[in-house]
Design a protein around this ligand. Structure first.
Ligand SMILES: Nc1ncnc2c1ncn2[C@@H]1O[C@H](COP(=O)(O)OP(=O)(O)OP(=O)(O)O)[C@@H](O)[C@H]1O
Length: 246
């Protein structure tokens, strides 16, 4: 994979639904090589913002993507690891089927060439997935296996922006560390900008480089250290009551 030095600029992004405003005038940048944590209370609009970036819901304002040369790109590739995935677990489709059709743009039922399967095997290896996963039906994956497979999907073709929405909600403690170590090494190696939605401030402090506190609009943004010390974050996460982050 080549190194990506892309960036995304969000300006005055507003989302309205049923006469209400879900997001209002959201503006911030995410640069190559950084993991930007998007934090905020339940219902603050974090997932809605990711959906707007993915182009899945209408918004006003602008989202501009740049490549490593500072050139604007109109059709960015956005990798997305969702909070949870609802699908028919009885589908007779394997991880290999899904990865190969994702990489090659070919329908699952046409079968896969050997080279595509090798590519899928390599991709799985980069996310720490056992090659035996290739033959597993997606409906039979554990939470941790599924997160890895979803990350593999998100990484090939190489994304200009990677969105992680509570990516470890179904993963055990050891799996969480493995997942974030993986994301951190992806960031170091490939430098793609990453937006991470997380409710867990200890993960944010450990793995993110910058943070944005959202509540319909951006309340605070800056380095993780700065943002964690603000009264707004303490308020949003009830840290006043417990003594807060030191
Ligand atoms: N399709 C929809 N129609 C109407 N309102 C919606 C819709 N989707 C989300 N909302 C509302 O928008 C607000 C933001 O929701 P969103 O899921 O983006 O919040 P969030 O910050 O991701 O929350 P959580 O931390 O609980 O996942 C909520 O008040 C929600 O009820």
């Amino acid at each position: 994979m080549d190194t990506c030095k892309c960036s995304t600029q969000i300006r005055n992004l507003t989302v309205r639904k049923h006469d209400g405003v879900i997001l209002h005038d959201v503006s911030f940048d995410v640069h190559h090589g950084e993991i930007l944590a998007l934090i905020g209370r339940n219902g603050a609009g974090k997932t809605t913002l990711l959906k707007a970036l993915l182009g899945r819901i209408p918004y006003t304002g602008t989202v501009v993507f740049h490549n490593s040369k500072g050139e604007q790109i109109s059709n960015p590739r956005i990798g997305y690891v969702p909070q949870n995935l609802v699908f028919d677990r009885s589908m007779p489709v394997t991880v290999g089927d899904m990865l190969c059709s994702n990489m090659g743009g070919m329908p699952v039922w046409l079968g896969h060439k050997k080279e595509k399967l090798n590519q899928a095997r390599k991709l799985l290896a980069t996310v720490g997935g056992n090659p035996s996963l290739l033959n597993k039906r997606i409906g039979s994956l554990s939470g941790g296996e599924m997160q890895r497979v979803l990350l593999a999907f998100a990484l090939d073709p190489k994304p200009d922006l990677l969105l992680l929405d509570e990516p470890v909600s179904a993963v055990d403690r050891r799996g969480i560390e493995v997942f974030y170590d993986l994301v951190t090494s992806m960031r170091a190696e490939h430098q793609m900008p990453i937006i991470l939605v997380s409710h867990d401030l200890s993960h944010v402090e450990k793995y993110a480089t910058r943070a944005v506190l959202l509540d319909r609009t951006v309340l605070v943004s800056g380095s993780v250290r700065e943002v964690m010390k603000t009264p707004e974050v303490r308020e949003a996460f009830g840290l006043k009551l417990t003594g807060g982050v030191k």
